[in-house]
Design a protein around this ligand. Structure first.
Ligand code: NI
Length: 137
């Protein structure tokens, strides 16, 4: 565990009131823990912008009967085999499938994989979880 350091922050009363309400609603025990999380979130956002090595997950829903979609999805995942750590396929009902791809690698490549899947006809919904390898936080 790294050493803790205290620092003072000046902030408008109105803003601090709103922040206290924000952290109360999220069950934080104190301002420090909430502030640490916000700082980490900002740093992770920066990691994605700077094309650092990051970890993320792509979740998407599609109808597996749709044209050649399943074969296209397979092709693109093989194109990105070097950054895909795992993928999970869930049969949601008779027609709909959900896939969750976990990837680790340059942010730019994960973004490209996300864009490639998102632009495929028949993908009904997709979302990207921008997380981190955790190594520098
Ligand atoms: Ni399925």
């Amino acid at each position: 565990m790294t050493k803790l350091q205290r620092f003072g922050v000046s902030v408008e009363t109105d803003l601090l009131d709103k922040f206290d309400e924000f952290i109360r609603e999220r069950n934080y025990q104190n301002r420090s823990e909430a502030l640490r999380d916000l700082m980490r979130e900002a740093l992770v956002r920066e990691q994605w912008k700077e094309d650092e090595t990051i970890a993320g997950a792509i979740a998407f829903v599609y109808d597996h009967h749709h044209g050649h979609l399943v074969s296209h999805l397979m092709d693109v995942q093989h194109d990105y085999f070097q950054i895909i750590i795992s993928s999970q396929h869930i049969h949601l009902d008779h027609d709909n499938c959900m896939e969750i791809i976990v990837a680790k690698g340059p942010a730019n490549q994960i973004g490209n994989l996300y864009d490639a899947i998102r632009s495929m006809k028949g993908v009904k919904h997709i979302d990207l979880l921008r997380s981190t390898t955790g190594q520098t936080l």
